[in-house]
Design a protein around this ligand. Structure first.
Ligand code: MOS
Length: 743
């Protein structure tokens, strides 16, 4: 299909990149030695099985458990009538600790489809499931609002309900837009999406006296520990969360759900360890999801391509209970040099479970809308889309003039477009063909803010030249174990094979949530600080490995151990305190790009894609993609490339496949399984080129590292929509792009 050689899977390190070492845990994973949470804990627990609500709104009027209780091996059935009371805990956006504040089994009222209405516990998994299916619950349903356009939703400006969000504005948008010689006014939408990690949600709760041990896949064990303790009304010191490996999360395992304390309370009551695995369909409602969004964008420009005005109004669905929004305008307004800006984010409350973080939560939907609009405007102006972005490139905030710490957006565009062969693109849609296939090229900007959270780490170095790095951070499949190993290896001057890394256990020093692409920057900065302290024990320079024994002999010891803390400047000492208290933000707020006049910290990239649309069937294929990304220091180019690869493919999935379909009448998800919820696999894209663009940033954090985990899937949905337009002349403004929309 094309003759280019793909970029190699093990990229040679360029300037400001570390060694491309192999994955730390790869051997353990491929040999089955890596044990996941649901397979941990005692050999003979009692098994839980959830029953979830058959209606979205209303009341339970009758529970008949006689058939269920007759199942041999049943231990107990908990419903609102006999459930252990759990303390209500606030949603994390309101300073609390849960991802959905509706407490299950608190009463007969139902707030959303798929709410937990019973926990069945039995001697075996099969028995619990059998009894769950025999439990009869009758409801009195009410009309439920499913989402946008449903009767009974409640729309509010997000700024009115959020303490943190402010709608950014600059200059005079209305005046500038009215005066603009070239205008674009367009609306876009994105669907509900669910994370669907391969590893299911699970909780295993084991009590030893008043000590609770939890095995649960989590992106934040210290947060889970504190949250469960609060809900159970016990001391956080009595809770231990163990979870060394996570089989995918994408945001869904970052914040505590309501199931954990329920299982722990049941185990306490029954005086038995209880293991619960949440079924795939139940995971759609017991955890969070990406809310569907709508966008109204207006752009004004001069004929020479200079943007003069940008307005972006967004709408996001949330639940009745919680005012959650991702508010992607906070960063989208910083990308292009439009001096007159108006934004507004609205929430639309419906009878749904509460949405949450998913794969670049704000940037994926908001940048899809903006980058589609940018392509439409470039077409209108008859300017090449890459050149249009160059004209509007900036090194400072268009909102308040604050500088970027570094920004390599156009470098990424230039390297990606050259490798992709962008010069072959025909600006007029529907002009390039290969037999029955219409060929289209598209591109878009990828961007992700550099988030950071406080972190702590401990390192023990022994005279034999081996070190153990301990931090309760998490590897959610991203390569975090490897990155921590790389950092310690580099700064202790030891081979990677001599470094053991321990993560995912709340007995370790607290680390950041494995979200917001902040692990390497945050946990890495704590590991770096611990390495620096270790070096200080040897007069600030690490002895060479061969000299270590003598150096230790001079110290009169066989091992040294250092504990270190890192807190972003905005969080300070309060941030460390908050972290020990299981809070995500440093002192209530995480430092990120875009607030006040602080420098903007963001990683940039450029996504290019070729699509082929069949001229008669409108089948869409993506034969190749090229991405170039700059994210400050790259600790390991091999794992970084894998992150970009995965991100680009997720972006493709988001454009063409992923959507949770709603039954509008019953406010219920229809395709709550991975047979009908479509995901991309590597085989869907034969050829992915990834270019690591060197970038040095000395200001973001001591590591000089920006977040890259979520970067590459941003922009890809728009790049594909833009390529589909270039192929067909049809502009699809509602994701996903499916055959029916092209006919
Ligand atoms: Mo990710 S959505 O920041 O866990």
């Amino acid at each position: 299909m094309n003759a280019m050689t793909p970029t190699p899977p093990v990229p040679a390190p360029l300037n400001n990149m570390g060694a491309p070492t192999a994955r730390y845990e790869s051997h353990a994973k491929v040999t089955g030695q890596a044990i996941y949470a649901a397979d941990m804990g005692p050999a003979n627990p009692a098994f839980g099985f959830l029953v979830t609500s058959g209606i979205a709104l209303g009341k339970i009027v009758r529970i008949d458990d006689s058939a269920a209780r007759a199942v041999p091996g049943l231990i107990d059935i908990f419903t609102y009538r006999n459930a252990p009371a759990l303390k209500p805990v606030k949603h994390f956006a309101q300073g609390g600790r849960v991802s959905d504040s509706v407490v299950p089994l608190a009463g007969p009222e139902i707030s959303y489809a798929g709410e937990i209405v019973a926990l069945v516990v039995a001697e075996t998994f099969e028995t619990a499931r059998e009894a769950a299916h025999r439990l009869r619950i009758d409801y009195a349903p009410q009309h439920a609002a499913a989402g946008f356009g449903s009767q009974g939703t409640d729309e509010k400006p997000f700024a009115a309900v959020s303490k943190e969000h402010k709608d950014k504005t600059a200059g005079d948008f209305e005046g500038a837009f009215a005066a603009a010689p070239v205008k674009l006014d367009a609306r876009y939408s994105t669907p509900t999406q669910h994370h669907n990690p391969i590893e299911l949600f699970s909780t295993t709760a084991v009590w030893n006296g008043d000590m609770l041990t939890l095995f649960e896949p989590s992106q934040f064990v210290w947060g889970l520990k504190a949250g469960v303790a609060e809900q159970l009304g016990i001391d956080a010191e009595k809770v231990h969360v163990i979870n060394p490996f996570v089989g995918g999360a994408f945001g869904s395992k970052g914040i505590m759900t309501q199931r954990t304390a329920l299982v722990a309370a049941a185990a306490r009551l029954l005086r038995r360890p209880v293991k619960l695995v949440v079924m795939r369909n139940q995971g759609f409602t017991t955890a969070t999801y990406r809310a569907e969004t709508r966008h109204h964008i207006r752009l004004g420009a001069k004929p020479d391509g200079q943007l003069t005005a940008y307005a972006h109004e967004g709408w996001e669905v949330t639940s009745r209970a919680d005012d959650y929004a991702v508010a992607g305008t906070e960063n989208s307004v910083e990308i292009y040099n439009a001096p007159n800006v108006w934004t507004k984010v609205n929430i639309v409350k419906a009878d749904r479970n509460t949405p949450g973080f998913m794969r670049s939560p704000p940037e994926v939907p908001y940048m899809y809308a903006l980058e589609s609009a940018i392509d439409e405007m470039a077409q209108e102006l008859n300017i090449d889309p890459v050149e249009f972005r160059r004209i509007n490139d900036t090194q400072v905030s268009p909102i308040n003039g604050a500088p970027y710490t570094s920004r390599s957006m156009m470098k990424c565009f230039d390297q990606a477009s050259a490798a992709f062969g962008w010069h072959k693109r025909q600006a007029k849609p529907s002009t390039t063909r290969d037999g029955d296939w219409l060929i289209g090229y598209g591109c878009a900007t990828a961007v992700y803010p550099t988030n950071m959270m406080p972190a702590t780490a401990r390192i023990r170095l022994t005279a034999d030249g081996h070190a153990v790095v301990q931090i309760a951070a998490h590897d959610v499949g991203t390569g975090a174990y490897t990155a921590m190993q790389n950092i310690a290896s580099e700064h202790l001057g030891l081979p990677v094979g001599n470094i053991r890394v321990e993560m995912g256990d709340s007995a370790l020093p607290p680390g950041p949530v494995a979200g917001g692409s902040m692990t390497t920057a945050s946990a890495g900065s704590a590991v770096l600080a611990a390495c620096t302290q270790i070096a200080a024990r040897f007069g600030n320079t690490m002895p060479a490995p061969a000299e270590l024994r003598d150096a230790f002999a001079r110290l009169g010891t066989q091992s040294v151990e250092e504990y270190a803390e890192y807190s972003p400047p905005a969080a300070g000492a309060a941030g460390i305190k908050a972290l020990y208290n299981g809070k995500m933000g440093g002192g209530g707020e995480q430092q990120k790009g875009g607030d006040n006049k602080k420098p903007l910290m963001m990683a940039f990239g450029a996504n290019f894609v070729e699509v082929r649309v069949h001229s008669r069937t409108r089948e869409i294929r993506v034969p190749r993609m090229t991405g170039a990304f700059a994210g400050g220091r790259i600790v390991n180019p091999r794992t970084a490339r894998s992150q970009y690869l995965g991100g680009m493919i997720w972006g493709m999935a988001s454009a063409l496949l992923e959507a949770t379909e709603m039954d509008e009448k019953r406010a219920r998800y229809v395709n709550d399984n991975i047979a009908e919820y479509l995901l991309a696999v590597n085989a869907d894209i034969p050829h992915v080129d990834i270019i690591l663009v060197p970038e040095t940033d000395t200001k973001v954090n001591p590591m000089g590292v920006k977040g890259i985990g979520e970067l590459a899937n941003v922009g890809m949905p728009a790049a594909i929509a833009n390529a589909v337009y270039n192929a067909t002349g049809t502009r699809i403004r509602d994701l996903p792009i499916t055959i029916d929309k092209l006919i």
